[in-house]
Write a protein that binds this ligand. Sequence first.
Ligand code: FPP
Length: 244
Amino acid sequence: MTAQATIPSHVCIIMDGNGRWAKKRLMPRGFGHRKGVEATRRSVEFFASVGVRHLTLFAFSSENWSRPNEEVSSLMELFMLSLQKYTGELHDKGIRIRFVGDKLLFSEALQQQIRDTENKTRENSRMSLNIAANYGGRWDIVNAARLLAQQVADEELSPEQIDDQTFRRALSLGDGPDPDLFIRTGGEQRISNFLLWQLAYAEFYFCDRLWPDFSNDDMQVALDEYSRRQRRYGKTSEQVEISG
Ligand code: FPP
């Protein structure tokens, strides 16, 4: 008997390797990022089609501003063009798009495009696509602490009421489930300040494939691997087997 596949409710991905993909072809890094957008589109389609309800993609970290100016501007332009090009298509497929991260450093035009995309797709419920841009896990935690501190100062909340649940709700993505499966392409095995709090119990899957080459078959391999994992949340395997 074949074991039933377990589909993660929330997948998050560090899409790494665009630069190396381009370099191998003696092309500028921007070319790799453009190919990366095609892989992004494929992955959104794939994960929506298998029933994943939340997909969070790390598109630009708070630390990426320190890349050469030319690369930063080409990435900003690519975000703008991709949103203009794909918002309608994703909307028609029932996908809600949200940005997580500090948007204030983006140009006014990009912020406006982000608002338009978020507003247009707000009511969609098939899958939530969260794009982490100018995002950092530490920023997220500091931001949540500041929010809760303000609520305490305003006497809307007492310090004793701050627990695991109140804290997680104050974080980005606090209105949805934590990621079940974390994928990083490109061969590096680190979190790079992605969803630090939210990844507490995620299953980690690292693969060497560079992001532009990450195919549907590779995505399926990641899902198969996830299906084989036993999530214990601190319990013993015997306890997990008994409780199912
Ligand atoms: C990491 O590769 C990738 C990025 C910093 C950018 C990721 C962005 C995209 C794939 C575009 C997504 C677009 C939208 C609209 C979500 P890297 O440059 O660090 O690669 P390297 O490690 O080989 O240098």
